[in-house]
Design a protein around this ligand. Structure first.
Ligand SMILES: Nc1ncnc2c1ncn2[C@@H]1O[C@H](COP(=O)(O)OP(=O)(O)OP(=O)(O)O)[C@@H](O)[C@H]1O
Ligand SMILES: [Mg+2]
Length: 425
């Protein structure tokens, strides 16, 4: 066994992307003075114990997660003892809520004079926005502020220090099934890794792939994984909608297996080598041999023919994506359209097909804003893992600023939110 020389100190961030087809562990060093994220190591392993975000085989998860972590540890020469994890699946839901308070100094009536808003007021508003009833076994994972409203002034990002009589906060909450979240945490703990927090996979991917302008003018990040497609819609700087479609790029593999009568592994290989999301971009002349079944005759198919099946399935997935995005209740067009990421985004000509079918701008999003061994992690299927190691410096989530500090006074908590504000607006 390789002897690791360093243990994980406070500047080392670890992210484990828990996917339905792979685990990916990324280890990075954060420079405290400029917040630069330097990737030190990355490790992957196949994932066979998760189906569409839900655990189907716990022992396999522990074994496979360990392999990804060990590979990253060896590359970074650091022993991991804590990490952030991604979570996805149909149980992840997003909802927009709001909370409002009257701003009033003790002993004065709200109508006396306008009052200066303190950080504690913001804290109260956010707490009220979170106070909605959920079914048992459902918990808030993320509390993502969108905007504040003071009296009739809308679109305020940082209300502290401003004056008014009424403060309203609008937030996007992401909720998850508690049992699902705690089962994943238990798996990591079994490996001696304590969990810093869970991050919705689509949100982690968005951190790594888009910039401030896109968030401001409107964009939908679409992480096409093996079993699920995660969607996060940003507008005016905040998250407006999150959703999970329980269908991913593996559905294309399954179609190929059925249509061409080949095994799933063979179908996956064919997809990676020859498939195009747009049949018109694949040549009818370029043919490839299909695997011969015992005693069978050899068969050939053109890339064009194969891509017709792929295009049909991908068009269906795009329609589902479009329907999910329309739930965001944004009345303007998303200026930056769609950013596809995740392994499924690596299908050739995907952005072209999306632009054509949905009549919207589209691009492929690979992880950005990291240094270090970036060449080993520059493709879209690493987006969620890279987003996780960037998460602590980009934290947008009041819930996670608050929750690790159980037992502290409201004032301390309020100060934490204030630091968070200052960082992002
Ligand atoms: N070059 C490529 N062309 C087409 N599809 C690809 C390519 N590379 C990877 N994929 C597909 O991407 C999928 C895996 O993506 P990814 O690694 O993001 O999934 P995951 O994170 O494990 O799954 P999930 O997000 O659903 O939990 C597989 O279906 C794989 O076939
Ligand atoms: Mg994924």
């Amino acid at each position: 066994m390789t002897k690791l020389t360093r243990t994980q100190d406070k500047n080392i961030q670890v992210g484990i992307d828990v996917g339905s087809s792979k685990f990916c562990c990324a280890i990075a060093e954060i420079n405290p003075s400029n917040q630069n994220v330097k990737l030190l190591g990355i490790g992957s392993s196949s994932s066979t114990g998760i189906k569409k975000g839900s655990i189907i085989h716990r022992d396999k998860i522990i074994e496979e997660m360990e392999k990804a972590v060990t590979d990253a540890e060896i590359m970074a020469d650091i022993k991991v003892n804590r990490a952030w994890l991604t979570i996805s699946g149909e149980h992840v839901r997003g909802i927009n809520t709001q909370g409002a308070i009257a701003i009033q100094k003790s002993g004065q009536s709200p109508s006396a004079t306008d009052q200066e808003i303190q950080i504690e007021d913001v804290y109260k508003v956010l707490e009220l926005a979170k106070a909605i009833s959920f079914p048992v076994d459902r918990n808030i994972l993320h509390t993502l502020p969108q905007e504040y409203i003071i009296d009739t002034m809308t679109g305020i990002k940082d209300p502290v220090g401003m004056s008014g009589r009424r403060l309203e906060g609008r937030v996007h909450l992401v909720t998850v099934a508690t049992s699902s979240a705690s089962n994943f945490i238990n798996c990591a703990e079994e490996l001696g890794i304590s969990v810093d927090g869970l991050v919705f996979q689509g949100l982690a991917s968005s951190i790594a792939t888009i910039d401030k302008d896109e968030k401001e003018l409107g964009v939908a990040v679409v992480d096409i994984g093996a079993g699920t497609t995660d969607i996060v819609v940003y507008f005016e700087g905040g998250v407006r909608h999150t959703g999970v479609i329980p269908i991913g790029a593996d559905s294309i593999t399954n179609d190929i297996a059925v249509m061409l009568q080949v095994g799933k592994n063979e179908a996956e290989e064919i997809k990676l080598k020859y498939a195009s999301a747009k049949a018109s971009m694949a040549s009818p002349e370029l043919e490839f041999e299909l695997p011969v079944k015992n005693g069978g005759i050899s068969r050939k198919i053109s890339e064009h023919e194969l891509s017709r099946y792929v295009e049909a399935r991908m068009t269906e997935i795009l329609q589902l994506i479009s329907r999910e995005i329309s739930r965001a209740d944004i009345h303007q067009k998303l200026t930056y359209g769609l950013v596809f990421t995740g392994g499924g985004a690596q299908l050739s000509n995907l952005a072209g097909l999306a632009e054509e079918t949905l009549n919207i701008r589209a691009r492929i999003g690979a992880p950005k804003r990291i240094s270090g061994v970036v060449d080993v992690a520059s493709t879209p299927h690493y987006a969620a893992a890279i987003g996780l190691i960037q998460w602590p410096v980009n934290i947008q989530d009041v819930q996670q600023v608050l929750s690790p500090f159980g037992g502290v006074t409201a004032k301390n908590v309020a100060n934490q939110i204030y630091r968070w504000f200052k960082q992002f607006f």
